[in-house]
Design a binder for this molecule. Structure first.
Ligand SMILES: C[S@@+](CC[C@H](N)C(=O)[O-])C[C@H]1O[C@@H](n2cnc3c(N)ncnc32)[C@H](O)[C@@H]1O
Length: 282
């Protein structure tokens, strides 16, 4: 994050989810607000000339991953709500729009984000004429310096009740102690609590083609002032999640995600190999 500036990667991710709405069929992730929350000039370009938006060879892989991870989280959230969870915490929410589409009458949503990103989001919501529902609470913190538990409790989060957490596109940008602090807090919550997050495997473990894509992406995010800092080996991560106190942890690699979300498509949209999804339950 650059001092005093909203996250640029949050914009890019949201723009790719918006591009998914106009470029890909069938949709993996349906978001009727995706075009209204992004920068208006990009939304215009996407509406008028979708293929002009990003014609780089890696663009479909990025759209696929960002659409898939939001769908992954919202599918898992639906299951959690079905089991009685009434609190949803979106960590590093960026321009995520779930809170403004929330179909669950009893679900409270907490959007936790860096103050700079959150303030730009509020401006976008206003200019996109998107209503802020009463079920939503904004929590502005810097994960690197502020403990999540205090911030959430001050915002009315009930630490005695289970909650579902989505932490999408944030873990790679944080140092290990900040990641562990947040995961330990989540693991300390009552049974029924779960967290979904995405992460990258170490580049050395990738095929040369995936490594090429990785280095291209790593250069882009570093140039945006948000370098990737942390990678996990999947086996080591699962053991670590158990050590932190989660009773169940699952890892989903590119092949598993492609089988689950992209099978049988004629456009061949799919995710690459470097990004994984993890889900841990208390
Ligand atoms: C790549 S964006 C992902 C946004 C969103 N989760 C999504 O999938 O669209 C990363 C998000 O993490 C937030 N973030 C990064 N570092 C942070 C920090 N130290 N404290 C709080 N938020 C942070 C940014 O503000 C941004 O919203």
């Amino acid at each position: 994050m650059q001092e005093g500036q909203a996250s640029r990667t949050a914009d890019r991710v949201a723009e790719r989810r918006a591009a998914h709405q106009v470029r890909d069929r069938p949709l993996v992730f349906e978001d009727p607000l995706a075009l209204r929350i992004i920068r208006p000039e990009v939304a215009r370009e996407l509406r008028e000339d979708p293929p002009a938006h990003d014609s780089s060879p890696i663009a479909p892989y990025l759209r696929a991953f960002f659409a898939m991870r939001s769908r992954f989280a919202e599918d898992a959230l639906r299951e959690a709500v079905g089991h009685g969870v009434q609190q949803y915490v979106v960590l590093g929410a960026g321009f995520d729009t779930f809170a403004y589409r929330n179909p669950y009458p009893d679900l409270r949503v907490f959007e936790v984000d860096h103050p700079a990103t959150q303030s730009t989001k509020r401006e976008r919501l206003a200019s996109g004429e998107i209503t802020i529902p009463l079920s939503l609470t904004f929590v502005a913190i810097d994960f690197a310096t502020t403990a999540l538990d205090d911030a959430l409790r001050n915002a009315g989060f009930d630490a005695a009740a289970p909650a579902f957490f989505a932490w999408l596109g944030v873990v790679p940008y944080l140092e290990r102690p900040a990641i562990d602090q947040t995961l330990s807090f989540i693991a300390s919550l009552p049974p029924g609590t779960a967290v979904v997050f995405d992460y990258s495997v170490p580049p050395e473990s990738l095929s040369w083609m995936s490594r090429l894509v990785f280095h291209k992406m790593a250069k882009r995010v570093a140039a945006a002032g948000e370098p990737w800092k942390t990678f996990f080996d999947p086996g080591e991560l699962l053991r670590h999640l158990h050590d932190l106190g989660f009773s169940n942890a699952e890892d989903f690699d590119g092949d598993a995600l492609n089988r689950r979300f992209f099978a049988g498509r004629s456009d061949k949209l799919k995710v690459g190999g470097g990004g994984h999804m993890a889900m841990a339950r208390v």
